[in-house]
Design a protein around this ligand. Structure first.
Ligand code: CTP
Ligand code: MG
Length: 227
């Protein structure tokens, strides 16, 4: 079974500092978006990738991906992640009608192992309408008030940190975005809102999201020179 992957890559990367669009930031010379697209294609179960790029960096992103031999359709993204995914989904469905499984994968999770991509696709192919990779939460989690004073401790046993790629039967994702008013931090959140059951597969530490300069240092230290 093969999937189409949507890659939201249109963010500004503000928490990373003044480095320009985050998806174009290199790790050992290879931009995050190139690593993300290569990772998806190398899983062997993704037949098409659609990247949502910053409107101001469309040509740059096309060039960078083409030069790296990372084949993808690049479309302009939107003002928030939800809008970027919506635009990429429209482009993917406009391009091909026989899509069955859609993945949504952050460009910022550039080091996601291909095995995780395959695990998510396999779970959707097995009949799950929506699938997210999750990790147990290692830290104790507390609730605080507006002054930062602790008001309670959350039982972390039933908490999970959620990663991407998230996988969907195409009609489920279509319905999510047809119903979506406002934004969500992930796509499965939209599925939950319309009552679609979301199942989980074990995530992977390497699917970490590059958000801060610290994350970038970690990636530089952990991952080799080759993409
Ligand atoms: N994203 C997007 N379109 C937006 C905002 C975010 O496609 N308008 C993408 C980002 O490019 C990233 C993913 O959504 O791959 C996750 O978002 P995040 O890690 O928050 O990236 P940024 O929004 O770029 O970072 P920041 O919030 O620090 O500015
Ligand atoms: Mg953001």
């Amino acid at each position: 079974t093969s999937a189409v992957a949507l890659v939201p890559a249109a963010g500004r990367g503000e928490r990373l500092g003044d480095k320009g669009p985050k998806a174009l930031v290199p790790v050992h010379g290879v931009p995050l978006v190139v690593r993300a697209v290569r990772g998806l294609l190398s899983a062997g179960c993704v037949r098409r990738v659609v990247v949502a790029a910053p409107a101001t960096a469309l040509d740059t992103m096309r060039t960078v991906l083409a030069d790296a031999g990372a084949d993808a359709l690049v479309v302009p993204g939107g003002a928030d992640r939800t809008e970027s995914v919506r635009l990429a989904l429209d482009a993917a469905l406009g391009e091909s009608r026989d899509v069955e499984i859609v993945l949504v994968h952050d460009a910022a999770r550039a080091f996601t192992p291909p095995e995780l991509v395959r695990a998510v696709v396999a779970e959707v192919a097995g009949g799950s309408p929506a699938v997210v990779p999750v990790l147990p939460v290692a830290d104790t989690v507390k609730r605080v008030d507006a002054d930062g004073v602790v008001t309670g401790t959350v039982d972390r046993a039933d908490l999970r940190a959620v990663q991407t790629p998230q996988g969907f039967q195409v009609d489920v994702l279509r319905r999510c975005y047809a119903a979506a008013a406002g934004q969500a931090t992930d796509d499965a959140g939209l599925a939950e809102r319309i009552g679609v059951p979301v199942s989980t597969v074990p995530g992977h530490p390497a699917a970490m999201k590059i958000t801060t300069p610290f994350d970038l240092h970690v990636a530089e230290a952990l991952f080799g020179v080759r993409a």
